[in-house]
Design a protein around this ligand. Structure first.
Ligand SMILES: [Mn+2]
Length: 364
C-alpha cells in the first residue's frame, strides 16, 4: 500500500540524515511550503546537534546546481524544489549526495532521486502531501518528539492550498495528529483575513472574501453593524480585537455576518495554533507571512520565525504591517522577488548571524 511504501522510503531517508556527521545543506524554494519544510528539517537537525545550513532560493539553475556541487556538504537536501529537473541535477551532482524532499511531479519517475516522491507511492502530490508534510514525516522518523512540528506542516499545506477541498492523505493525518496533541484547532468562522492582527472593525471594513452590503468598504456602515450587534468599538487597547469578544458576541457576529453576506462561501474553516502567540496563532496568516518573507528576500527571517526566534518574529510584524494589504492570501503572487538585488553582496543581520541577501542563509 502507498502509505507503507512511502513510510519505508522515509525511514531510509531519515537513516541517511542520521548517519551524516558532516554538514547538511538544506536548499529550499522560497515559498511558504519550502520555508516551512526547510525549518522542520533544520529543527530536527538542530535538536540532534547536527551541523546544517539552510539556503532559500528563488529557483534552481544549472549554474546554481554546479555551485552546490562545489560545496563540501555531506548531504544536500532539496526541499520543494528540484523534482522537475532530476535529469539535469543528477548529471551534475552525485545522487548519493542528494536527498529530494519535493512533492512536485518528477521529470524522471525511475530516478533514485524520486524514491520519496508521492507519484511513486500512489499519492497525489497536489492534494495528499506537500513538501512540508514530507519534511514532517522525516523529522518524526528521526525523533517522535518532533511531533510538535505539526503546525509547521499545516502552514505548508495551507500555503500550497492543499486544504481547499478538505484535507486528505498524509496531510489529513498530520492535521488529526496536531489536533490530538492540542497544537491545532479548527472552527468555522466568517471568511475574514487577519483575525489575530486586525481589529473587528478593520476585519469587517477591509474584507476581500466576505461581502456585506453597507458594511464591507464602508467604515460608518461597519461601525453601525457592530453597534447593532452590541459589539463595542473600543476594547482594552484601542479598537476591539476578535479575541476580546465573548462567546455570545462571536456567535452573533458569525450568524449575522453569514445571514447578510452577498458572496458565497461566507464562512470557512479557520485553523489556529493555541500554543502560539499573536498572529502566529493564525495558520493562514502564518503562511502568508512566510510567503511574504520569501518574496521580499527575507526568507532567513521566515526560517528563524518557524524556529521560534523572537527577534525575527518582532521584525516580521514590523514589515508585515506594511505589505499585508497587498498580500491578502497565501497563494497570492503579487509580490515578486527583486531580481536586481539578488546579486547584491550586502548582508542582513539577525540574532548576531550575518546573512548574504543573495542567498538567504540560516546556519547552525
Ligand atoms: Mn510545495
Amino acid at each position: 500500500m502507498s502509505r507503507e511504501t512511502f513510510l519505508a522510503a522515509i525511514k531510509d531517508a531519515a537513516d541517511r540524515i542520521d548517519a551524516c556527521e558532516g554538514e547538511q545543506l538544506i536548499i529550499a524554494d522560497l515559498d511558504a511550503d519550502g520555508i516551512a519544510g526547510a525549518a522542520i528539517l533544520a529543527s530536527a537537525l538542530e535538536r540532534l546537534g547536527k551541523p546544517y545550513q539552510v539556503q532559500i532560493v528563488p529557483h534552481l539553475t544549472n549554474r546554481s546546481v554546479k555551485r552546490l556541487a562545489e560545496k563540501d556538504a555531506e548531504l544536500i537536501i532539496l526541499v520543494d524544489i528540484g523534482a522537475t529537473h532530476l535529469k539535469e541535477i543528477s548529471s551534475i551532482l552525485p545522487e548519493e549526495k542528494l536527498l529530494l524532499v519535493d512533492h512536485h511531479y518528477p521529470d524522471d519517475l525511475e530516478s533514485p532521486l524520486a524514491t520519496l516522491n508521492p507519484a511513486n507511492h500512489e499519492m497525489d502530490g497536489s492534494k495528499d502531501i506537500c513538501s512540508a508534510t514530507m519534511a514532517y514525516f522525516l523529522a518524526e522518523d528521526l525523533d517522535t518528539a518532533n511531533e510538535d512540528l505539526t503546525p509547521l506542516a499545516l502552514v505548508g499545506i495551507i500555503a500550497d492550498a492543499q486544504e481547499k477541498d478538505g484535507f486528505q492523505g498524509l496531510n489529513e493525518e498530520i492535521v488529526m495528529l496536531g489536533k490530538d496533541l492540542g497544537l491545532v484547532e479548527e472552527e468555522e468562522r466568517l471568511k475574514l483575513f487577519g483575525y489575530e492582527r486586525r481589529s473587528v472593525l478593520g476585519l469587517m471594513i477591509g474584507s476581500h472574501d466576505l461581502k456585506i452590503e453597507g458594511v464591507t468598504g464602508d467604515p460608518e456602515g461597519a461601525k453601525a453593524f457592530l453597534q447593532e450587534l452590541g459589539i463595542p468599538l473600543e476594547g482594552r487597547r484601542g479598537q476591539t480585537r476578535y479575541w476580546e469578544l465573548s462567546d455570545e458576541q462571536k456567535e452573533l457576529l458569525f450568524e449575522e455576518g453569514k445571514k447578510r453576506a452577498t458572496k458565497e462561501p461566507a464562512v470557512a474553516p479557520y485553523y489556529s495554533f493555541p500554543k502560539e502567540r499573536g498572529m502566529f496563532k493564525d495558520a493562514r496568516q502564518y503562511s502568508t507571512l512566510l510567503n511574504a518573507c520569501g518574496r521580499l528576500e527575507k526568507a532567513n527571517i521566515g526560517i528563524a520565525i518557524c524556529m521560534g526566534d523572537e527577534s525575527a518574529r518582532r521584525e516580521s510584524s514590523r514589515f508585515f504591517a506594511t505589505i499585508a494589504s497587498s498580500c491578502a492570501m497565501p497563494t497570492s503572487g503579487s509580490l515578486k522577488p527583486n531580481e536586481r538585488s539578488m546579486s547584491s553582496s550586502s548582508s542582513s543581520t539577525l540574532a548576531g548571524i550575518s546573512f548574504p541577501t543573495s542567498w538567504a542563509l540560516f546556519a547552525r
